[in-house]
Design a protein around this ligand. Sequence first.
Ligand code: NPW
Ligand code: ADP
Ligand code: K
Length: 500
Amino acid sequence: MTKILTVKQIKALDEYTIQHEPIASIELMERACRAFTTWFTERFHALNKVGIVCGTGNNGGDGLGIARQLKAWGYPVKVWVVRGNMKESDDFKENFKRLAGYVVDLVNISSEADKGLFVECDVLIDAIFGSGLSRKPEGIYAQVIQCFNQATATKIAVDIPSGLMADQKSEEPIARVTYTLTFQLPKLAFLLPQSQQYIGEWTVLDIGLSKKFIKEVDTTNYLLTQKDIKRLIKPRSKFDHKGTFGHALLISGSFGKMGAAILSAKAALRSGVGLLTTHVPQCGYSIMQSSVPEAMAQVDDDDNRFTAYSNLESYNALGIGPGIGTHETSVKAFISVLKSFAKPVVIDADGLNILSAHSNKYEVVPPGSILTPHVKEFKRLVGEWSDDFERLEKQKELALQLRSVVLVKGAHSTVATPEGKLYFNGTGNPGMATGGTGDVLTGILTALLAQGYTAEDAARIGVYVHGFAGDLAASDKGMISLIASDLIEYLPAAFKLLSR
Ligand SMILES: NC(=O)C1=CN([C@@H]2O[C@H](COP(=O)(O)OP(=O)(O)OC[C@H]3O[C@@H](n4cnc5c(N)ncnc54)[C@H](OP(=O)(O)O)[C@@H]3O)[C@@H](O)[C@H]2O)[C@@H](O)CC1
Ligand SMILES: Nc1ncnc2c1ncn2[C@@H]1O[C@H](COP(=O)(O)OP(=O)(O)O)[C@@H](O)[C@H]1O
Ligand SMILES: [K+]
């Protein structure tokens, strides 16, 4: 897994690398600049007029090193150094000296920033503040960031856009860039919706910081990688039979919403469940039997909705919620089925809405379950938040209270465990922002729970494979035309690529 470290830990990682590699701090900075300019020179030809806006800390030191290296590559380079109340770091001073041998236009900005400051640049590099930002930029720093944002050039941030805090709430002004090239590890802020407007597309550049330190350092925050998922998915053995892979029950669909039931059922079957039973209202019986012949259908007493259930003994996992509606008879049956089913449950959609309105929601969810709210559903469960960092705290709190996994969906869907871990997903694309894709996820997760995966593992595998299927589908069909059924069509390819 890719660990996500705090700013304090990143600082310690830099120091550890300097001591133990060992490498001089200025040489490590040189390596960071080299990683940046390698990326840069592969994408921008040397006719581009490059402007580099530097602070006087180490991020500014990077900016000066990048200026020297790009000048050596033949780019026309101009440097602005913002001189407010920030101290000059030693490596900034050293890179300032090293730049003297190159004919680079260098302008100090100390009192006032002209609005049209950066008009002549084709590409603008932001090296004002890096991970050392400790408070909101003010005075001359704020003015320069505002000018930077007004410029029309393609903008690239060194490590992190200036003004953005890596692991806590930020306040404007914040540089808005097209690309963020960050060193060694992604920063927590990059994975939150509120930061998207600033960071643009982000890339991690390997600058050879200590692997040992990264391996040993403690964190609760991770970005899921394909390697982790491959390790988690259990291989099948020769004598396995359908009993090995569990029996799942899906309670989904109502009159006019049988599509949700079909999508989740098909997804469950494509996710390796041994046996699947779907509980549907009478109006959904022939729809289900003809659309998903592999699934058994258990029929409700009601024509149109979920109102009752029969023996639950034989099921290893339950998925409930997609398309069931919130009619009072369904609410009663929902609460009752949760109370009677002691094994893990996936709760989605209307199931979550019912839970939100229920007075003692913390008592009805069987421990070890998975809740899959999108942001709106999550707000209904826990109330508003003012900042995405606060949302993460609320997510961990709910997971702890329910002793279950809380998976908040969206770009970088986030899995929170009762132990306070957060896993961020990196697969998926905006093509998946279309009705029914969440129902597919419910089917996948239910199938994984039925196969005996823990809620934590099922959520990690499920969220990754769901997004991965979406990415495979989008690469063939494009994002605009992508529909939820495509995810099911690409699940076999996704699982195949992720299985050992
Ligand atoms: N060897 C290494 O370590 C490597 C580091 N690398 C690079 O270093 C960057 C981190 O460097 P950094 O720690 O010097 O942080 P940076 O953001 O440049 O400046 C901090 C200074 O700004 C000040 N300050 C903070 N907020 C302020 C505000 N609002 N207004 C005014 N001032 C403010 C703050 O003051 P203080 O908080 O101490 O009062 C401090 O003096 C990192 O992002 C990467 O680019 C790479 O080269 C790889 C190797
Ligand atoms: N921009 C995006 N990037 C990645 N995944 C996305 C994006 N938008 C939506 N998704 C995924 O699509 C699914 C949408 O689920 P949901 O909102 O419950 O839809 P529905 O209720 O219509 O089934 C979630 O798994 C979410 O993570
Ligand atoms: K920066």
